[in-house]
Write a protein that binds this ligand. Structure first.
Ligand code: ADP
Length: 212
């Protein structure tokens, strides 16, 4: 069976049936303050997809989908926006010294660099800054735009992207973080940060949600 994405109401129905089944369509509707007719399509989907079983005159009960399939479904439905962190951005002209301070202060491993329009122009990793630091140069006088990885070579993601797709980019490009962006006609606005830590959190939440 291919994984399907449940909407909020379908999730609510599942929770109600899990906790109270067998339960009739009318009773579910009552708990959600909706009419039975409104719920009919959702109940049909949940039954057809195998989440619920329906018995005439008894009602709906939770079919106890196999854990493996349920884990796969949850994993396929995880989105960047559910796990992303707040981005830390710096401007192109700050010094390498200040960028290092910023990294410590904000406790992050990757800084995103933006231009005066707040559009993404670069990325600074810990090793980018370390590399410059061991060169014995005056870190106060080197602007970060000299050493950053710059557009168009930056891997990024959108908040609506699947988490698996984003994790793939991190592994393929061998990097620690992706900026989460909104695409505008003239640039990319940075609205989030997706790191390997976020992926690890997602992995744990999966285990947690499925009592693994
Ligand atoms: P570190 O360099 O501290 O190991 P990364 O593995 O994240 O951290 O970075 C490796 C290199 O890739 C660095 O030069 C960095 O500028 C660059 N980089 C980091 N994130 C991205 C990204 N999202 N897109 C493109 N390049 C990136």
């Amino acid at each position: 069976m291919s994984p399907i994405e449940l909407n909020k109401r379908q999730d609510e129905i599942l929770e109600i049936v899990k906790g109270n089944g067998p339960i009739t369509g009318e009773q579910i509707a009552e708990r959600l303050s909706l009419t039975r007719a409104t719920l009919r399509p959702d109940l049909a989907i949940l039954t057809m997809a195998g989440f619920l079983d329906a018995r005439p005159r008894v009602g709906y009960f939770y079919s106890g989908k196999k854990t493996g399939q349920a884990v796969i479904d949850s994993m396929m439905n995880m989105k960047v926006k559910d796990f992303q962190s707040i981005p830390v951005v710096v401007s192109e002209n700050i010094s390498v010294y200040d960028a290092i301070c910023q990294m410590f202060l904000e406790d992050v491993g990757t800084l995103f660099v933006v231009d005066k329009n707040a559009y993404l122009t670069g990325v600074l990793s810990r090793k980018d800054l370390l590399r410059t630091s061991i060169g014995n140069q005056d870190l106060h006088n080197i602007p970060v735009h000299i050493i950053m990885t710059r557009m168009p070579n930056i891997a990024f993601c959108l908040k609506t992207d699947g988490l698996i797709q984003a994790a793939n980019k991190l592994i393929e490009r061998q990097i620690d973080a992706l900026p989460v962006v909104i695409e505008h006609p003239d640039g990319y606005e940075v609205i989030g940060r997706l790191t390997k830590t976020n992926i690890t959190r997602a992995f744990l939440s999966l285990a947690d949600n499925h009592d693994l």
